[in-house]
Design a protein around this ligand. Structure first.
Ligand code: PLP
Length: 764
């Protein structure tokens, strides 16, 4: 585990991501350096320098064999496990190809939770070697253990069977003895590869006592550098070189050997074998560390669920999910606390979830929220204590920003007060929360089911009373969570089907009377907005005592009438595009072209818009507002626009045809040096940290006075409407949130917006 000073200088790094890679141990690095400086010879050279180099290689190989119990088997050095996997697969498949029977339906089997290096390589080599065999995943049970019945059923026709010793996401280890019995009872000849990458240093291995044919290993998962690994080959198992050339490694793997890597790996082997003065922690000690970390996590996050059974997992991996928090949110939180963990899921275009946890049949939320915390046998008690303390601080930051409720009253008083507008996004959909802190009142617009608990927690933590939870229309893509929210808050409200209170007063706007409710001193006015659906309404939030003019409106929650880059679709059964024409004209009369529109969807991370901004890129809207087309022409053009709606592959209903005109704005990109240079000169530049308040609280950099998290960006835009020439530089952890926020500001006419490319992560 490594510690080094953080970007802000406040907290040292606690590295708990050893299953991804490990730091090189100082002793191993020293050996590698000495090898580069003095034992730098080519092991193939016959002079003394070469012979000395060869000795390093021989020693490392001897120790490698001892560590894994290789017996008479071979150990070949590789660049890493992925190369070892290729070597094993080519060797097995090349041999199998020699004696295929055209009458037989062959298969190749691999565990469903295997690292992608295995199935992807199998697919590749089956194709390249033109072998007609079905590639099949062996299912796993809820614990992640292989289905031995499936294995028994398919093993007879298997050419090659690939399983893993320890899973990289969950630490679950397989019962290799049982798997061997099942394989050999059903097929004594099938080749068997076991990926042992995550087992090295964590499980005792005696490979020669088994019928495992091939076992790949990787140095960088156990304190050696990247670029060195090795593969075990059982005595007499077939072998085909993956790399041919100068005949190194006895002709089994050509290319001049990575001697410094071997020297470092040898130090690690000596530690494992007790031949080094420094030793690794034993299993009991590591299990104690796991228990301490587990306890700290449970206390800090009562809603935690562990995603694997510790009885069948190595002690060095913890995989968990925390109800109500996505893995991205937890990653951001831990990163701010300077604890490096990894999200237990692979990112795809839209959904982030773990295929390993999916294969284990865990609920979707656990798979989507998974976090992996992993360490190695060089972990120390001091590091564990420090990690536990940081975990506690992270939880305190969540309660401070009201994302979690503290269980003691004192903590509840130490919290950041919320005021104004907040935007919550789930995929492309938005919920809006408006808070009047002075009057302790709140209103929620378009509540999404995924965030009911978060909203309820926030209101309870802030001591706010919910005036109303209102939908702008009956949504086609999700159920309103109004009922659930009221239940969680123990409220009963008498409303219409959209949540609009039954008895309300009316106010006059542009000569027409509309119903309104009050939130503190603000009025929220409901305006019928038929078109997208027959029940659509717009909710207009006005400043105190505002009477007539449209320009003093603060926000217009227009549902799916006007979206960023498009108009809401009007091809549902309950849609009416002729009515939408009238609605658009009426809305523009009421709110003008500069009021901020807060829609129900934000498919492209644009946060908010105005009628003026949308007229620039939706020609149809411009034609309507400028009365260049009549209602009939609008109906025709609108139906053409709606033909472009492409519902996504995840069968999500898209509520408007995106016109593809989401143009990138020109914004100034800073790096650490250029930003420091600008800051050194007299300037009126405002540095804004746009991370969430809990991240800001954990890693507060004194030079950043302003914290405007993405959830508060629209509120910030509204407050800065008269300040659009002010220079702003936005900063976040990795530069991705600051980039989208800067784009949004620039699109709405802020003329001097920049961001720190690469974020804090890259600035020294
Ligand atoms: N197999 C497992 C189980 C792994 O965890 C990894 C790395 O994450 C690999 C294979 C690939 O190893 P390498 O990075 O050495 O190619």
């Amino acid at each position: 585990m490594s510690k080094q000073s953080s970007n802000t200088g406040a907290l040292s790094q606690i590295y708990l991501d050893s299953n991804a890679t490990t730091p090189v141990l100082p002793q191993a690095a020293e050996a590698a350096l000495a090898c580069m400086e003095t034992l730098f010879g080519n092991p193939s050279s016959s002079h003394i320098t070469g012979l000395r180099a060869k000795q390093v290689m021989d020693n490392t190989r001897r120790n490698a064999k001892e560590v894994i119990g290789a017996g008479q088997g071979e150990v070949i050095f590789t660049s890493g496990a992925t190369e070892g996997i290729q070597t094993a697969i080519i060797s097995a498949l090349h041999q199998a190809k020699q004696s295929l029977n055209p009458e037989t339906d062959y298969c190749v089997l691999y565990g469903a939770t295997e690292h992608k290096a295995v199935p992807e390589s199998l697919k590749h080599w089956l194709k390249v070697l033109e072998i007609d065999a079905t590639l099949m995943a062996i299912p796993v049970d809820k614990q992640g253990l292989l289905d031995t019945e499936f294995l028994a059923q398919h093993a007879p026709n298997a050419l090659l069977i690939c399983t893993m010793a320890v899973n990289n996401e969950t630490g679950v280890f397989q019962d290799l003895e049982l798997i061997e019995q099942v394989i050999r009872a059903n097929n004594p000849d099938a080749f068997w590869m076991v990926d042992c990458v995550q087992a090295l240093g964590k499980l005792n291995l005696t490979l020669a006592d088994t019928t495992i044919d091939y076992a790949p290993f990787s140095g960088h998962k156990l304190y050696a550098p990247k670029g060195i690994g090795f593969v075990y080959i059982r005595e007499n198992a077939p072998f085909t070189p993956f790399i041919a050339g100068g005949g190194q490694e006895g002709g089994l793997r050509s290319g001049t050997e990575n001697l410094p890597g071997m020297a470092a790996l040898n130090v690690v082997f000596e530690m494992l074998l007790g031949k080094h003065e420094q030793q690794f922690a034993c299993h009991e000690v590591l299990a104690g560390f796991r228990q301490q970390l587990t306890q700290a996590l449970r206390t800090a996050f009562p809603a935690i669920v562990f995603n694997h059974n510790f009885d069948v997992s190595v002690a060095t991996t913890l995989n968990f999910s925390i109800a109500g928090f996505s893995s991205k949110e937890m990653m951001d939180l831990f990163d701010a606390a300077n604890i490096r963990v990894s999200s237990g899921s692979a990112c795809s275009s839209k959904v982030t979830r773990s295929f390993v946890l999916d294969a284990m049949g865990l609920p979707a939320w656990q798979s989507e929220s998974a976090i992996r915390l992993s360490f190695g046998p060089a972990m120390t008690q001091q590091d564990v204590d420090a990690a536990c303390q940081r975990i506690e601080q992270s939880a305190a930051a969540l309660t401070h920003s009201c994302l979690a409720l503290a269980d003691d009253a004192q903590n509840m008083t130490d919290k950041a007060e919320l005021n104004g507008l907040m935007q919550f996004k789930v995929g492309g959909s938005c919920t809006w929360l408006y808070v009047d802190q002075q009057h302790k009142q709140a209103v929620i617009i378009d509540p999404l089911p995924q965030i009911s608990e978060r909203l309820a927690t926030l209101l309870q933590c802030q001591g706010l009373s919910l005036v109303a939870a209102i939908d702008t229309h009956g949504h086609a893509d999700h159920q309103s969570s109004r009922g659930e929210l009221l239940n969680l808050l123990g409220l009963e409200q008498y409303t219409d089907h959209l949540g609009w209170p039954e008895q309300t007063k009316t106010t006059c706007l542009n000569g027409q009377r509309y119903p309104y409710i009050t939130v503190g001193e603000q009025q929220l006015i409901a305006v019928p907005s038929k078109g997208h659906t027959s029940d659509s309404i717009s909710l207009l939030l006005t400043a105190p005592n505002h009477k007539e003019t449209a320009t003093k409106l603060r926000y217009a929650f227009c549902g799916d009438t006007i979206l960023m880059g498009t108009l809401g679709r009007s091809n549902f059964e309950c849609s009416d595009s002729a009515a939408m024409y009238q609605t658009l004209i009426q809305l523009e009369h009421l709110i003008g072209q500069n009021t901020l529109i807060c829609p129900s969807h934000d498919y492209n991370n644009e946060f908010t818009t105005t009628i003026g901004a949308e007229m620039e890129r939706i020609p149809l809207l411009k034609q309507v507002i400028e009365l260049k087309i009549n209602q009939a022409q609008f109906v025709l053009q609108k139906s053409q626009l709606d033909q472009h709606i492409v519902d996504s592959a995840h069968s999500e209903i898209i509520c408007g045809a995106l016109t593809g005109q989401c143009q990138q704005q020109h914004i100034t990109e800073y790096n650490a040096e250029t930003l420091a240079a600008v800051m050194d000169k007299p300037n009126n530049l405002m540095l804004i940290d746009i991370r969430e308040p809990h991240e800001f609280a954990l890693q507060h950099n004194a030079s950043f006075d302003h914290n405007v998290p993405l959830t508060r960006l629209v509120d910030f835009i509204e407050r800065q409407q008269l300040n659009k020439t002010q220079p702003f530089v936005l900063v976040c952890r990795s530069g991705s949130r600051s980039h989208v926020a800067a784009q949004a500001l620039s699109r709405l006419g802020f003329s001097q917006v920049g961001h720190l490319k690469g974020g804090y992560a890259l600035s020294a």
